[in-house]
Design a binder for this molecule. Structure first.
Ligand SMILES: C[S@@+](CC[C@H](N)C(=O)[O-])C[C@H]1O[C@@H](n2cnc3c(N)ncnc32)[C@H](O)[C@@H]1O
Length: 212
């Protein structure tokens, strides 16, 4: 069934988490693990945190990590999992619609991992805002699907698959203050709903606010 791009994003994502993605994979993004392992832990914010796997991984590696997502259901599951792991003091999860509100504060690491949607999402404005809330020396990591997976080429026709150039324009980098550390297409192994396997292409962009 095709999605209606005009659907209310809260309704769409609540339905998605109640009926389609009903549990966490328990695995953090390998790109996040690779990049964050080279950084000094500090304050982190994950945009579109889903079930919290990435936030929980960061908290387990010394970060004070915060995650936000439009779906209250996903956020409730993320909180429950962090509590079960004894990480409640290192994480904070909140429901928010990033298209209209952005968490306050400055961060050493902001992540937007597959923050993509077949319904309305002010993605470019969100990425620009994220870049503006980096501390000096802080990093913004954006990973996005560069193309639809072979098992669902028509499933979400309204999802935008950005190029690396699109991502840099959205973020507003490079500038004298924002350095582009990495901007490349990376491949990863993926598995479709019926078990089909394929190599998938992602955009990976890492920018850094210049240290003071
Ligand atoms: C494709 S999923 C990616 C989830 C997760 N970051 C990952 O890597 O698996 C997109 C996520 O963004 C969230 N999202 C979509 N629109 C949003 C919005 N306006 N504000 C906050 N979160 C949003 C969705 O609920 C969903 O969890």
């Amino acid at each position: 069934m095709l999605n209606d791009p005009g659907q209310d994003p809260i309704v769409f994502w609540e339905e998605f988490y109640r009926t389609k993605r009903i549990s966490s994979t328990g695995r953090a993004s390998s790109a996040l693990q690779r990049i964050a392992s080279g950084l000094t832990p500090g304050r982190a914010l994950d945009l579109g945190a889903s079930h919290g796997d990435d936030v929980i991984w960061l908290a387990g590696h010394g970060w004070q990590a915060r995650g936000c997502d439009i779906s209250e259901t996903a956020i409730a599951r993320a909180r429950a999992r962090a509590n079960a792991l004894g990480l409640e003091n290192a994480v904070q999860f909140e429901q928010c619609d990033l298209s209209s509100a952005f968490p306050q504060g400055e961060f050493d690491l902001i992540t937007a991992l597959y923050l993509q949607s077949p319904v309305a999402l002010a993605r470019a404005a969100i990425l620009r805002r994220a870049a503006g809330q980096l501390r000096p020396g802080g990093h913004l990591l954006v990973v996005s699907h560069a193309a639809p997976p072979p098992w669902s080429p028509q499933a979400t026709p309204s999802t935008i698959f950005p190029t690396i150039a699109d991502e840099l324009v959205a973020i507003g980098a490079p500038t004298p203050d924002l350095e582009v550390m990495t901007a490349e297409i990376v491949t990863r192994h993926g598995k479709g709903p019926d078990g089909a396997e394929a190599m998938l292409e992602d955009n990976l962009v890492l920018v850094r606010r210049r240290p003071a």
